[in-house]
Design a protein around this ligand. Structure first.
Ligand code: ATP
Ligand code: MG
Length: 487
């Protein structure tokens, strides 16, 4: 008996199938994850029922794919992973003439035949939630204990049936921290060229899972060593073995992997991790020997283009492509000057957009760590942060008042002139003292009051107010600096 923690929603689906005299098991990644002690990301059941029967038994279902998988929808749960449960009939697959999907799919009679068509031993374990027993004909539990990824049956055959399995092996090694068993690994080297038959979308999905795993650098390094990387993107290969200058202890490829790994260690989102991986992608294209050293002029410009087309080829969502394009394009900004001016920071925020400026700082940190250099000197980093906040804040200005120059001209029936500016400055000064006064009613009354003053009085009060307002604005900047502890 093995007690695995099965949510009641999953148990319920199994119970309905069994009450109707079908067999049902939890299977695949969910059983594997439970045996490892991880939380499953999705739930799969396998059953002796045909797709038509499954659809009959549950009120809310849909066909997930052409291979009989039925999505059983549970509207009552808040848990995303339980909202749809994939229920798949026992399947026998055969044919695979295109190296990616079976020519023929039949419904199997026993759970064992279904387990035999699955990719790895750790993914070919079924669990009966009532008897609490495992069906494990390929000794998946033992491989899980050994942390080994091993194909069910002969690896050469299994990889030529569906070449994506090779990338799945590498991805699972990254997400689970497992090694790939020797013969399985050898078969990946021997069959890698079959990955050319796999759709970009399926490759992208595995690539994204690798990037989002805890160990992306190790997985991509393994992909490179096994010759699989080329089928993700040939551009990635070009940095391998490309030496840089003394400041860089690592080759371009090593540096990119280290940058990516730092981004993963920091749990940065996908677009930041991808930017860390791609920021120097054009260094091999732009490398020139000049005055006794390597130069890489313009690599961020060329790199942004290469990153964009690489991600477009892999059918990445436009939103990610656009972000990575900007982050790669502007990643050089902070590294080229020691003393950085406020106007340079302002330009940078405009270029990369305010939405991405903090991500750019994260890419920069990843870049530095990936170079083997220590973290940014804390003072300088705080200074950058303060400067960015300073240029991003809305300066104190008469624009924040609930009345504008046009309103004042209407109220006073006077033409445009310097008195409008003076009135606005006086209003602003009052509102800065007491923000509650920033209402149309109050300010309009106040305008009438000020309009009654002599031009000399108004000009005097207006100039004083402007000085007070400018001081307030400076205080705001000082506040930001104080918060970051910089001058
Ligand atoms: P994840 O943690 O990403 O969900 P998973 O192994 O559960 O990993 P799924 O795509 O959810 O991956 O697939 C569920 C199960 O279906 C797998 O565990 C495996 O048994 C089987 N499977 C998935 N893809 C393949 C494939 N290409 N070839 C053979 N079996 C596969
Ligand atoms: Mg799964």
């Amino acid at each position: 008996m093995v007690t695995l923690k099965i949510p009641k929603e999953i148990h319920a689906v199994s119970t309905i199938l069994k009450k109707n005299n079908f067999e049902a098991f939890v299977v695949g990644g969910s059983v594997r994850d439970l045996l490892i002690g991880r939380t499953p990301t999705d739930w799969d059941l396998t059953t002796s029922a045909t797709p038509e029967k499954i659809v009959e038994l549950f009120p809310h279902t849909f066909y997930e794919n052409d291979y009989g998988t039925v999505g059983v929808v549970n509207d009552e749960t808040e848990d995303e992973t339980l909202k749809t449960v994939e229920v798949t009939p026992y399947r026998i697959e055969s044919g695979y003439s295109d190296f990616r999907r079976p020519d023929k799919v039949e419904w199997g009679k026993t759970v064992d035949v279904d387990l035999a068509r699955r990719d790895f031993t750790m993914n070919a374990i079924a669990y009966d939630v009532d008897t609490k027993t495992l069906v494990d004909p390929f000794h998946g539990e033992e491989d899980i204990r050994k942390k080994l990824i091993r194909t069910v049956g002969k690896p050469d055959e299994r990889f030529s049936e569906d070449a994506l399995r090779m990338l799945r092996a590498i991805r699972l090694s990254a997400t689970l921290g497992f090694a790939i068993e020797h013969d399985t690994q050898k078969a990946i080297e021997d069959n890698k060229q079959l990955l050319a038959h796999i759709s970009k979308e399926r490759i992208r999905d595995e690539f994204i899972k690798i990037i989002l795993s805890e160990a992306p650098a190790q997985a991509l390094d393994l992909a490179a060593r096994l010759g699989v990387l080329k089928y993700i993107s040939p551009e990635l290969l070009k940095g391998i073995g490309v030496e840089q200058n003394r400041a860089h202890a690592y080759t371009v490829w090593e540096h990119l992997l280290r940058s990516l790994q730092h981004a993963a260690d920091k749990k940065y989102p996908l677009h930041v991790r991808v930017s860390a991986l791609l920021h120097d992608i054009a260094k091999p294209h732009t490398r020139k020997w000049l005055n006794d050293q390597w130069t890489f002029y313009g690599h961020e410009v060329v790199g942004a283009k290469i990153a964009k087309s690489l991600l477009n080829d892999l059918k990445f969502p436009k939103e990610i492509v656009d972000k990575v394009h900007k982050l790669v394009r502007w990643h050089m900004f902070f590294s080229d000057t020691e003393e950085i001016s406020l106007s340079a920071v302002r330009r940078m925020v405009r270029n990369v957009t305010p939405e991405l400026i903090w991500d750019l700082m994260d890419v920069r940190a990843a870049d530095r760590i990936g170079t083997g250099r220590p973290k940014e000197a804390p003072y300088r980093l705080r200074k950058y942060h303060a400067m960015i906040e300073e240029v991003m804040r809305d300066p104190i200005s008469v624009k924040q008042l609930k009345v504008n120059g046009g309103d004042i001209m209407k109220i006073t029936s006077a033409p445009a002139g310097p008195h409008i500016g003076f009135i606005l400055e006086i209003l602003l000064s009052e509102v800065l003292e007491d923000p509650k006064l920033n209402t149309k009613e109050y300010l309009e009354d106040k305008v009438r009051e000020l309009h009654a003053l002599s031009p000399e009085e108004l000009s005097q009060l207006g100039r004083e107010a402007r000085m007070r307002n400018e001081l307030e604005d400076e205080k705001e900047v000082e506040k930001i600096k104080g918060k970051h502890g910089v001058k």
